[in-house]
Design a protein around this ligand. Structure first.
Ligand SMILES: Cc1cc2nc3c(=O)[nH]c(=O)nc-3n(C[C@H](O)[C@H](O)[C@H](O)COP(=O)(O)OP(=O)(O)OC[C@H]3O[C@@H](n4cnc5c(N)ncnc54)[C@H](O)[C@@H]3O)c2cc1C
Length: 435
């Protein structure tokens, strides 16, 4: 193996794979390093795959990628202890030839993606951890040190696609430690159910149709967080994620929270008889735009979760990861073609590409949301409880006249927030954060 590359990519998740693939396809000499036994062996996602981001990298990915179901229906649930109020959108338009969203199992998907990366010409070494970066006297990153024997490996550029913890970047003092209120700790189970049972329970006529459910309210037990339930071919992925700082403060055990979610009367029937296949826990960057670290420097750049590129409002991460990986690759390809070095100054090209893409535009749009939610727990507690109570009152036929019911419901909403002023202020705050 050569000890000098055009680029070394640290990590073989969606961001690292996208980056390595695009560079290798363009003829760059790429080394990719992952600490897992195989790419994806330790990677965690819900998981919804957003086709558009991958399609821009591998247009015909549908031919052989391991896709579970394509999503034709999205449900949103506001949970109280005993009920849920929901909205759902289902459309036959999602049954298009090139569906827009799929459920996937990351271990299989990452393995497939990695095969494409290697077929494109990149060299991959697994079961190898990058311990540190090598810098020259001027502080420019020129290579990596791994836990393997064989000495340092050098490159014109090191792409940090190492995921949310960003340990390599931290160790090299390129970025600060992540903060507990900038990440959610998510726990997830994959539960086996026969294919026919999945289809029956979720009313899925087409063999490959799928449903996803996003959940807010009592699922997070007062913490800032959400739950999810996704249909795979022969399994259900169910999980819950809340701010790490909230778990630390409340001392609630993440697995206890997930157990409670599984036992909720709206959820338990969907899981009846299911057999646990996998239990995993992982962090999700949720600090938003203000938590993004420095992304470039002489000889290095950051992509994916390591850059905090997750849109928590829309539950998107892998697409931001793949897009930032692709944009980083396109930048390095261009710099090489123009004979320019990889420096903080020339990497303005990458920063500009990001700023011009939906990645930064969306993160910027929701910039205020993480702080809003952290400081306003009523969006996770009071409102879901009040909405469910109001629905109960509205639907129950018990001899009370409708005008009295409506008045009681309105009083209930106002009382929950200490008067109408509280409600109006919340609406105003939410509207401002959403702009
Ligand atoms: C529970 C959960 C549910 C999610 N649901 C969704 C969803 O439905 N849709 C969606 O789009 N996103 C979702 N996300 C977010 C999504 O998983 C991430 O945004 C995405 O995986 C980021 O990709 P990445 O390549 O940047 O990082 P990762 O996927 O974390 O990959 C990082 C890679 O780097 C390797 N690595 C780390 N350090 C080193 C080192 N020092 N040396 C060598 N290798 C190293 C790791 O082994 C890993 O393979 C979810 C996340 C979680 C935790």
């Amino acid at each position: 193996m050569s000890d000098h590359f055009d680029a070394i990519v640290v990590g073989a998740g969606p961001s690292g794979n996208a980056c390595a693939y695009v560079m290798a396809k363009a003829g760059l000499n790429v080394l990719q390093i992952d600490r897992g036994e195989y790419p994806g062996s330790k990677n965690v996602q819900g998981a919804i795959l957003y086709a558009d981001a991958l399609e821009r990298i591998i247009p015909d990915f549908r031919d052989d990628a391991p896709l579970e179901r394509h999503v034709i229906e999205q449900r949103f649930w506001m949970l109280s202890e005993k009920s849920h109020t929901g909205a759902q959108y289902r459309s036959d338009e999602f049954n298009e030839e090139r569906p827009n969203r799929y459920t996937i199992l990351r271990a299989q998907f990452d393995k497939w993606f990695s095969r494409q990366v290697r077929a494109a010409g990149a060299v991959l070494i697994t079961e190898t951890t990058v311990k540190d970066l090598i810098k020259d006297d001027a502080g420019r990153v020129i290579g990596v040190i791994t836990d393997r024997e064989g000495g340092p490996i050098y490159a014109n550029a090191v792409v940090l696609a190492e995921g949310v913890n960003g340990i390599v970047g931290q160790r090299a003092k390129l970025r600060p430690e992540i903060k507990a209120n900038h990440v959610a700790l998510a726990v997830k189970e994959t539960l086996f159910l026969p294919e026919e049972t999945v289809r029956e329970r979720f009313n899925l006529a087409g063999e490959e149709d799928g449903v996803v459910i996003e959940v807010l309210g009592s699922v997070s037990s007062g913490m800032v967080g959400t739950g999810f339930l996704y249909t795979n071919k022969e399994s259900i992925s169910i999980g819950v994620g809340c701010l790490l700082s909230d778990f630390a403060e409340t001392k609630i055990a993440p697995y206890a929270l997930l157990d409670k979610f599984k036992q909720h009367p709206s959820v338990a029937p969907l899981l009846k008889g299911a057999e646990m296949k996998e239990y995993v826990a992982h962090l999700i960057p949720e600090g938003g735009y203000d938590a993004i670290p420095r992304l470039t420097g002489d000889g290095w750049l950051i992509v994916g979760d390591a850059g905090q590129f997750v849109n928590a409002v829309h539950r998107e991460g892998s697409n931001l990861a793949m897009t930032s990986g692709r944009l980083a690759a396109e930048t390095l390809i261009q710099l090489r073609a123009e004979g320019k070095p990889v420096t903080e100054a020339t990497l303005k090209l990458y920063r500009d590409k990001l700023a011009d893409s939906f990645v930064m535009k969306d993160l910027k749009k929701y910039r205020k949301v993480p702080r809003l939610l952290e400081g306003n727990r009523q969006f996770f507690t009071t409102y879901p409880a009040v909405v469910n109570k109001a629905m109960q009152m509205f639907l129950r036929v018990d001899g009370v006249d409708k005008a009295s019911k409506e008045a009681a419901m309105m009083r209930g909403v106002a009382k929950a927030r200490g008067g109408w002023w509280g409600v109006v202020t919340d609406i105003f705050k939410m509207a401002r954060a959403w702009r």
